[in-house]
Design a protein around this ligand. Structure first.
Ligand SMILES: *Cc1c(COP(=O)(O)O)cnc(C)c1O
Length: 386
């Protein structure tokens, strides 16, 4: 039996640990622990990759979103439209500013926010739309742009899972008014701690985020606005610069894994992920749908295959948002996705053997389910479970 995890940081870090030690030593020798030159260098490198004119390194993906919404002036009485299916931070930052998160249902195939639902959710109080590029596939940005322009609201990309993903040939980061990245260790560009970045093509907006990152200071000890301490440590920037050299290779490996799974899982008990033709996904997760998700999950665990459930509870049904009045059934597609989604290991350290093993376990699950049906004398259920 194999033992396959969702992440292989030990194997991965062996590849770059030597270079990273050198980079970290350099920070230790120069003592510029905050605002060292590596921070600016990382900003330049990532802006160049994304094709944006500005990048502001911050303390986490969450703080990237928070400082972006602060720079947009979002506060009490404002509404922000966002998908019901995302990591909690996307909604948490809206609520922390005293604004109201308005949840929209998703496209059940791409798991991304459905522009039609966004249009229906926009009111006179809406100030921004947050598009999350879930699992590393871009949301439908052209349609969202049209809605944002028509209603005069900002469009923010939550690209925490999607660095280097493309939409109609354009990279994430410059597809909205601002974009937010995360360097949390499990993300595609994972650092050695918390970290994030705001990307934008608007110099004035970038200046504001840069000031908010530093308590809203405009010059030493002069504060025009209240900001926070959202800075990224030099040591983390130095480590990320090393990691960045491997990002293309790791992303290509994730894409090859996904293509292999697509073939190996055809006709199995799961529905493989759908990627729109104009999208190039970076497979932060390879997520399948299965009507008997929890059974499949235990079946795989018994065979040494780890899996993830992102996300088990839709955002509108989180207890902390109970006062907003959503009920089970309010956003049925997000809710069904939460009960059927399962992410398989897709990290860059997987071998062809590993992929074949995971896929054969999934196939075995389907065969076991079919023969159980036949023993009961029933008609085998349809194998595709969407
Ligand atoms: C990880 C993540 C965040 C938050 O990033 P942190 O760096 O963990 O604060 C926000 N949104 C999405 C979609 C994420 O996956």
């Amino acid at each position: 039996m194999k033992n396959i995890g969702m992440l292989e940081l030990r194997g991965e870090s062996a590849i770059y640990a030597g270079e990273m030690r050198v980079a970290i030593d350099d920070v230790l020798e120069n003592h510029a622990y905050i605002n060292g030159p590596q921070v600016a260098e990382l900003e330049i490198e990532i802006a160049r990759r994304a094709g944006t004119t500005c990048a502001i390194a911050v303390s986490s993906g969450t703080d990237a979103l928070l400082s972006t919404l602060m720079a947009l002036g979002i506060g009490p009485g404002d509404e922000v439209v966002l998908p019901a299916f995302s990591f909690f931070a996307t909604a948490g930052v809206v609520a922390r500013l005293g604004a109201v998160p308005v949840f929209a249902d998703i496209d059940p195939q791409t798991f991304n926010i459905d522009p039609q639902r966004v249009e229906a959710a926009v009111t006179g109080r809406t100030r921004a739309i947050i598009a999350v590029h879930v699992f590393g596939q871009c949301a439908e940005m052209d349609a969202l742009r049209r809605i944002a322009d028509k209603s005069g609201v900002a469009l923010v990309e939550d690209a925490a899972q999607a660095i280097d993903a493309t939409y109609k040939g354009r990279r994430v980061g410059g597809l909205g008014d601002a974009a937010c990245l995360s360097f949390y260790p499990t993300k595609n560009l994972g650092g050695i701690g918390e970290g994030g970045m705001v990307l934008t093509n608007d110099e004035g907006f970038a200046d504001l985020v840069r000031r908010l990152r530093n308590h809203g200071e405009s010059e030493r000890y002069v504060h025009d606005r209240v900001g926070g301490n959202f800075r990224l440590d030099t040591i983390k920037a130095a480590a990320l610069l090393v990691k960045l050299r491997y990002l293309n290779e790791f992303t290509e490996h994730r894409r090859r894994n996904a293509a292999r799974y697509d073939e190996l899982l055809a006709g199995s008990a799961v529905a493989t992920p759908h990627v729109d033709e104009h999208n190039k996904a970076v497979y932060h997760q390879y997520s399948v749908l299965c009507g008997r998700r929890d059974e499949l999950r235990s079946f795989l665990a018994e065979r040494g295959v780890a899996t993830g459930v992102y996300y088990p509870i839709a955002l509108h049904l989180q207890k902390c948002f109970a006062s907003l009045g959503y009920r089970p059934g309010s956003l049925p597609l997000a809710e069904r996705t939460c009960s059927e989604i399962l992410s398989l290991p897709c990290h860059p350290m997987l071998s062809d053997d590993d992929l074949a093993y995971v896929a054969s376990c999934v196939q075995e699950f389907g065969d076991a389910a079919t023969s159980a049906e036949q023993r009961r004398g029933g008609v085998p259920s349809t194998r595709q479970t969407v």
